[in-house]
Design a protein around this ligand. Structure first.
Ligand code: FE
Ligand code: FE
Ligand code: ZN
Length: 305
């Protein structure tokens, strides 16, 4: 069979109580995506409802019918898991195990996790706590879902804003073959990496960690300048990274099989930008008027209902 390197692009989508994964798949399809990312509940809390296997099966049928490869779909763990600080470690470990079990039940291969914030104890101790927490988790969880540590912006006391810190975590974890990395372009920029020379960034990553460890990339523009440590996402082409640099990353040969996930902000807080951003990325032509196009699109759809 001919080797196909079709762009894998999607966005984060919702997962609701009632339709669960089925709702996520349908939302992704409505954006013209061929992959997606979801939280198994609200990102900022740990209230989770039991998985409805009937909805999961239905969702899998929708994926098949729409050429969505389930092995490229991503789950994101809630933000409140913080393995870097002792106070939260025990809770974080037990919740993370539950979350991994849910991923297994849903047939998901990858769970993205923020390494954590040390909140005062310092980077070294924070890293030790993360290592201990992950070792604990991977000792008890034996499923197939892999944890992807996300590259962070370095906001507050966040760990993981440079490749060496992530490498230190990987080195400390016994089953590090069950860990991978999720890159985030906004976070890389805000952490200080120069994305106008992404080949250089990737080369540095390759030397420290290894490109084969990357299993997901969050594609976001940034509202802030390089090195700002802010972590505020911007719509594609409207931020300080810019359209051309993002397109180069998205279509980078060495990352062709990696799913690209948009986490860009809703327009005016109400209108999801993903359908139009995905279109723009596929056509590789920046739309100055994208926001207006999105607003008109959703206003027309509501009128026609
Ligand atoms: Fe994240
Ligand atoms: Fe992200
Ligand atoms: Zn972010």
């Amino acid at each position: 069979m001919e080797k196909q390197n079709k762009l894998l692009i999607g966005s984060h989508v919702s997962f609701n109580k009632k339709d669960q994964l089925l709702a996520s798949v349908q939302e992704a399809i409505s954006y013209g995506a061929n992959t997606f990312m979801f939280y198994t509940g609200a990102p900022q809390n740990t209230a989770r409802s039991p998985i409805d296997d009937f909805k999961t099966i239905e969702a899998m049928n929708w994926m098949k019918a729409n050429q969505i490869d389930i092995s490229k779909v991503i789950v994101h763990a809630p933000y409140i898991i913080n393995l870097a600080n002792r106070k939260n470690l025990e809770f974080g470990v037990s919740f993370l195990i539950e979350e991994l079990e849910r991923c297994s039940e849903l047939g998901m291969k990858y769970l993205v996790l923020h390494p954590g914030s040390h909140v005062g104890v310092g980077v070294e101790e924070g890293i030790q706590n993360i290592v201990e927490g992950l070792n604990e988790v991977l000792k008890k969880y034996h499923g197939n879902t892999m944890i992807l540590l996300e590259t962070m912006a370095g906001k507050g006391s966040e760990i993981g804003s440079n490749f060496h810190e992530l490498k230190q975590i990987l080195n400390g974890v016994t089953y590090s073959n069950r860990l991978g990395i999720c890159m985030d372009t906004c976070h890389l920029n805000d952490a200080g990496y120069d994305l106008t020379d992404f080949d250089q960034v990737l080369e540095e990553f390759n030397q420290i960690i290894g490109i084969d460890k990357i299993h997901c990339i969050h594609i976001n523009d940034s509202k802030n300048t390089r090195g700002s440590h802010k972590d505020r996402h911007e719509n594609i082409g409207f931020g300080t990274i810019g359209f051309d640099s993002l397109i180069k990353i998205i279509y980078h040969e060495q990352l062709a099989t990696i799913p690209k996930i948009l986490e860009t902000p809703y327009i005016e807080g109400d209108y999801p930008p993903y359908k139009q951003e995905i279109e723009m990325i596929r056509n590789r032509v920046f739309h100055e008027n994208l926001r207006q196009e999105i607003i008109s699109f959703y206003k027309e759809t509501t009128i026609n209902k």
